[in-house]
Design a protein around this ligand. Structure first.
Ligand SMILES: C[S@@+](CC[C@H](N)C(=O)[O-])C[C@H]1O[C@@H](n2cnc3c(N)ncnc32)[C@H](O)[C@@H]1O
Length: 270
């Protein structure tokens, strides 16, 4: 059984990420940036086949509500050029495609970009199974060095991806670079509960249940220990607002979901 972190330890990992805008560790373990990116890639390669079922188990299906709410806030149009970054197995892109094709059939494809081909392969198969074959461009790429031209997209989304990126400010700057002027950026990510007692209860769940379920279902306890630690180490809501502002986004704001367990941050390129 793994205990919840002492508050000081969690705070150290968090403040390091705030100062450097590079995530200083793989979860709580101090790790060099290149090594961290490789370790994160290994995590998702290992869990890819069980990723979707684990999401349902860990969140009791609540991640589906968060994702629907997220896309509901965005209201994509059929004409929008859209990038779903760290798109993994496709959940957000599938919902965006559904939302934007309600009235007019879109002519362009949504781009799904992820650093991990194993996650994209699962996504491609899911798109086929859902009859969505041919609706998406699947691109392997790192959020820190996006393989897209300047001013390419009207909307960039990233869901539960930014926390896994090593150089946060580099990624945010590159996202802004690929947006057209007036383009919008939306980030859905695990966040922090502003009520200490509730945060403590949530830590208990995260640091005990998640690694246990990871071992039983996905056969990878370490990957889900990383998940719990990376959530705790990720910048708090207001710190992420600041990072986005520093990267040049305008009108940055956030909205908590489920009391701050997750949050949606948004901004646009003026
Ligand atoms: C928790 S999954 C989220 C997948 C999907 N967006 C969803 O909401 O279900 C995180 C994804 O981020 C990807 N990822 C991690 N680091 C990345 C990076 N530097 N650039 C692009 N994708 C990255 C992983 O490969 C993984 O598919």
């Amino acid at each position: 059984m793994v205990n919840a972190p002492r508050k000081t330890k969690a705070k150290e990992a968090h403040s390091a990420s705030q100062n450097e805008t590079t995530q200083a560790g793989f979860g709580f373990k101090p790790t060099a940036p290149e090594m961290r990116t490789k370790l994160v890639r290994d995590v998702f390669e290992s869990v890819a086949p069980k990723y979707d079922v684990m999401n349902d188990i860990m969140s009791l299906g609540i991640h589906r509500l968060w994702k629907r709410d997220f896309v509901g806030q965005i209201e994509p149009l059929a004409s929008d050029a859209i990038l779903d970054l760290a798109g993994g197995t496709g959940d957000i892109a599938f919902l965006m495609e559904k939302a934007r094709s309600k009235t007019i059939q879109p002519k362009n494809k949504i781009t799904i970009c992820d650093i991990n081909p194993a996650m994209l392969d699962v996504g491609k198969q899911r798109a086929m199974d859902k009859g969505l074959h041919g609706k998406f461009n699947w691109v392997e790429g790192n959020a820190e060095e996006l393989p897209f031209d300047d001013n390419s997209f009207d909307i960039v989304t990233i869901a539960f991806g930014l926390r896994n990126v090593t150089r946060l400010s580099k990624a945010l700057a590159d996202i802004r670079r690929t947006l057209k002027p007036g383009g919008r950026f939306y980030c859905l990510e695990f966040s922090h509960i502003p009520v200490p007692l509730l945060q403590k209860l949530y830590d208990r769940y995260s640091f005990n249940f998640l690694p246990w379920a990871g071992e039983k279902v996905a056969g990878d306890r370490a990957a889900y220990q990383y998940l719990a630690e990376s959530i705790r180490a990720f910048p708090e809501q207001q710190a992420l607002v600041k990072l986005m502002q520093d990267a040049g986004f305008s009108a940055v704001r956030y909205r908590n979901m489920s009391l701050g367990v997750a949050a949606v941050h948004s901004g646009f390129k003026a």
